[in-house]
Design a protein around this ligand. Sequence first.
Ligand SMILES: Cc1cc2nc3c(=O)[nH]c(=O)nc-3n(C[C@H](O)[C@H](O)[C@H](O)COP(=O)(O)O)c2cc1C
Length: 365
Amino acid sequence: MPSARLASSLPAALHSGLPLTALAPMQDVTDLAFMRVITHYGAPDYFFTEFFRVHGQSRPEKHILRSIDENTTGRPVFAQLIGEDLAHLSRTVEELLQHNIAGIDLNLGCPAPKVYKKNVGGGLLRDPQKVGEILATLRAAVPGLLTVKMRIGFENTLHFDRLLELINEHSVDLLSVHGRTVKEMYRSEVHYDYIAHAVRRVRCPVLANGNVTSAARAQAVLATTGAVGVMIGRHAIRNPWIFRQCREQLAGRPVLRLTLADVRDYVERLYRATQVPGLVERLHVNKMKKYLNFVGQSVDATGAFLHDMRRTESEAELFGVCDRHLLAEPAREFSAEPYPGVVARPNCETPAAGADGCSLETVSA
Ligand SMILES: Cc1cc2nc3c(=O)[nH]c(=O)nc-3n(C[C@H](O)[C@H](O)[C@H](O)COP(=O)(O)O)c2cc1C
């Protein structure tokens, strides 16, 4: 089959003149259902898929392809790859070019030991020479936008400048920087000064990523880093209105204030969207709990909703808890920022054995 060509300039933002917003790629989260739910409350400018694994036996995963092929959000979708085998990266690009993608994104950040020990994802940040080979291969294979999502280093930032040079040498079109090292995982402070450094060093636009918790934080992070936009992950699970709120904040308009009743609507919509034929109710409820772990950070300051939600086992129990906590005072504010000390710890009720990457099983906020 002939290769499709991709656009060579970044897709236009929803509202020209405003900084960009992107939903961060999240394994087990940013599937078709979640992209649709997010779009209902206010789409980001760009979507990124969960990572496609690339190795000798890999074929683009069907469930990830659905988030491209059946995407009716109207927003561009970048396909993210994780891997290090040059021939198979090229082959996978060829395969993905048959789908309606905005570009190819390379994962240089996944911090799961199972991943970095294979020298892919964040593991590659230890080996700039290999990163150079991969970028050269991808640049040759991608007839359009090539983007990279990286952390600032593996254990330290020794190679950061060299990696930024490689971004320039291989004419990467967009760089997303999560301002932590691999070893810092997800909970440390975010080093926005390193993102600002990247903005100064690379020729392509940079998206700032890490702990952008609210529209107000987005504005502050943009001011500190000089980035062209923000990429938001966990806090879009907590608050799917966040992209709309960012646009309001950045345009100087009043920012939508959310109530607990709004959140009840989100929970219902997410439940319906994630319902698939044959999914056992108990497992569906467990999947919901992983999203609600994040939502619960803004429901109450004591973590009471989280406490009760984590103990539910059926749809009826889950919605009973939601009604009790979200509809008792429906007009009460859903906090724009997470309440301090209310932690979205991963739930321990589902075995983590299947988790081989960045996964809801293992990531908290
Ligand atoms: C559940 C989960 C899954 C993730 N999966 C991916 C992934 O597939 N690819 C990737 O580049 N980053 C992945 N990440 C990292 C996020 O894209 C993002 O860089 C990180 O969560 C920091 O941004 P945040 O503070 O806005 O969440 C994942 C993060 C989480 C929480």
